[in-house]
Write a protein that binds this ligand. Sequence first.
Ligand code: CDP
Length: 246
Amino acid sequence: MGTASDIKLIDENNIRLDGRGPDELRPIKIETNVLNRADGSSFIEWGGNKIMVAVYGPREAYPKHNQDINKAIVKARYNMAAFSVDERKRPGPDRRSVEISKVVSEALEAAIMVELFPRAQIDVFIEVLQADAGTRIAGLTAASVAVAAAGIPMRDMVVGCTAGKVGNKIVLDLSKEEDNFGQADLPMGILPKSDRVVLMQMDGDLSVEEFEQATSMIMKATKRIAQIQREALTKKYEIQQKEQGE
Ligand code: CDP
């Protein structure tokens, strides 16, 4: 969260700097099968975020001491390209990307039927090409689509979304300015069929009432995002059917 600022992030009519109302999402577009060599892939544009995901597996986990005899291990690797942010990011993993890789791996593992693939590994590469706040939840949303596109059995999709507090109001899907200068940011990952929470982090402070308002805003939005995920996957399926028919 940013320091105190004079920037007015939301006006008296509840209109935000980018013209959105409090519970409006930025535009979201998802495509599947964008990479030929991956088992599944996706590309998401969420606001100004542009993120590519490649999925490989399930394949035998290597090195062998990493294998779990009861289930597949899910290894997500979140990486930000050096050119993805305003100030060049030093290439390679840092504490932030290690943390995001861990929470995204755990969220995906809750949705994937890992028990069907003992000793296997599923690799999920999340490459942020352009960052504009909310990259972890946009990456998670796209990763879930790429896993499904790889044909890996899942209990449910995983949908990511954030809510936060700006100008003392609770708003959905924080923009870059809101993330930098707002009062709180709450990224969440949800399994939309059961409303189970598989990722939750918080930056800043929210009262209990504000937290409840933020989570209910996110829960509502996940239904809309899940629909966008389904449409992306159906399109892939339709293309496959057409190719098989030719
Ligand atoms: O991206 P997300 O909101 O999940 O994570 P964050 O750590 O809250 O970062 C918020 C935003 O700050 C990112 O989306 C980037 O736009 C920006 N950022 C940056 O400019 N340089 C970094 N090294 C890391 C993040």
